[in-house]
Design a protein around this ligand. Sequence first.
Ligand SMILES: [Zn+2]
Length: 272
Amino acid sequence: MSQLAESKGIILSSRNYKEKDKLVKIFTESAGKMMFYVKGIHRQNQPLAPALLPFTEATYIGIGTFKNEGLSFITSVKDVHAFRHIQEDIFLSGYGTYLLNLVDAAIEDHQYDPHLFHFTQLALNRMDQGDDAEIITNIFEVQLLQRFGIAPIWTHCVVCGETQGKFDYSSKYGGVICEKHWDMDHHRYHADPRAVYFVRMFSAISYDKINGISLKEETKQAIRQLIDQLYEEYVGIHLKSKKFIDQMKSWEHVLKVPEKEDKPTTEDEKND
Ligand SMILES: [Zn+2]
């Protein structure tokens, strides 16, 4: 029995299958992550082709309900939207691929997760519109920890409740501890307090509030180190796309604009 179903979706990955076909993994809004089988994709004028490119979202229409196990088929598409800048820019593609690989790792097939769907869509949109890809990625990583079953306490010192000042991350306490209590955990991360400051902010920020954030390269590196440490300890996945963005760091400076000052929000500017 077949049944017509449709859902918005974001392409997660695709690979060739046999000579002319493709297996396409799509994060659908209505039924989570699913694998689709598309026949004859390498034929000329295959109308589905543009909707199956990396960094594309569309409404995918298929035979077989989206809730079925196994492969599904796509018969047509509508409302195709390509994230063009991400598709065309090697740096953005690098960050975008990593972000989608993280989504793929964080959820099971057919796991309904509209919140993560919209979060992913928003992250790609912001990246495509020119917001800082590293900051978008960092926010994504920090907030995605929850999908891996980890919920560190970022809002206050786990020992005394302090919310202001310098903090470090403690695995022992499962959250941040303030400077007064650093001696309660000698194995704390010894992270750069500026990195902890921004990761605390990133854990609660929404993408529409990131406009005014711009960070010095040094601060970005410290944040990268802290998030890497968290992922190493709690998530333990090693994605090729992550390795790629780490390596990208060594050659991207050739094309980079001069250093900026750290600027947490636009609020200060407005008050000036
Ligand atoms: Zn404290």
